[in-house]
Write a protein that binds this ligand. Sequence first.
Ligand code: PLP
Length: 400
Amino acid sequence: MYGRIRDDLVKGLEEIRGAGLYKEERVITTHQGARIKVSTGQEVLNFCANNYLGLSSHPRLLEAAHAALDRWGYGMSSVRFICGTQEIHKTLERKVADFLGKEDCILYAACFDANGGVFEPFMDKDTAILTDALNHASVIDGIRLTKAQRHIVQHLDLADMEAKLKESQGARYRLIATDGVFSMDGDIAPLKEICDLAEKYDALVMVDDSHATGFMGRTGRGTHEYRDVMKRVDLITTTFGKALGGASGGCVAGPQEMIDWLRQKSRPYLFSNTLPPIVAAGTCAVMDLLSATTELRDKLERNQRLFRKLMTEAGFDIRPGDHPIVPIMFGKFPNDAPLAQEFARRLLAEGIYVIGFSFPVVPRGQARIRVQLSAAHEDEHIRKAVEAFTKVGKALKVIA
Ligand SMILES: *Cc1c(COP(=O)(O)O)cnc(C)c1O
């Protein structure tokens, strides 16, 4: 009987709307890219995609995907271990493992599934997981699916991590789980210090590198390259849905035995359909592209640095960092949450598409606009964005 729950939902939805937190979808009528059109007909510069390398509509990927459609077909109608594995899936696993510097790799339909399937096969009630308080929702959910003792470590707090490693000495195995880059701040995990602690206390290290694979580090391998711990991180989960073409899919990369074990035990792998061949082929093309040249990640780095420099000169309070996620902070204003929303709305009118985030997505008093740079941006796009920020910033008295 659809009765009482309906009334509750109507009320709940009204509360979300009343709090100004109702999420709307903006409909895009073009390919993904630096310049997109939305359904109102307006053309805008996109500064809120995870399209870090500008590969989402890259001609090389479209070509690879078209060719794969003809060569491998549309769908496999099977999980991997029944009749859902083609050569293209094995090729992709090899390429991704090599790119990340790991022995092997196992594909999932999404990184959400990779994180949902990576913990439970290894971690029973006699084990312990240490997890950063700001880890991605899918890491949190994956850990919830285990019976392991759970220790929530304060965000990037190494002293707290060490205290919790001391507390959990009795566990048969321990695993430290962290995002490589945290999506709301662009904070980069101190993996060197984390690996030192893991070595000292005999723990495994798992990094979700969804916001880093393809561009962090000198050759774009990820946060483990950026922090110079390529061989010391045990498990990496990542997505193909951000920098690596942005379609979908994810994986776990790590030591041979752990990946073999996941192929036997990991539930999202065993009970969910295989990655579509065109996505596997597109991601293979990305791996080839990124292994051949660092051109795109170099351009992204230049773009990120240019934007940070110009915004700082314009007088904005930006969170310092070295990542294409650049949060523009409004915390020093008492009305930070509505201010960030209004700022983003006015930027859209100026043709700059960004999103304002406020509580409960980020802590109270830390409302922000999150800008994400891409290798698809040209200097003129970045300058146009800074001009728009400056114009709106003066009108709203955020800068002098
Ligand atoms: C985006 C993201 C995911 C989810 O990846 P999907 O492939 O879209 O499921 C997981 N973890 C982190 C840290 C992410 O940023």
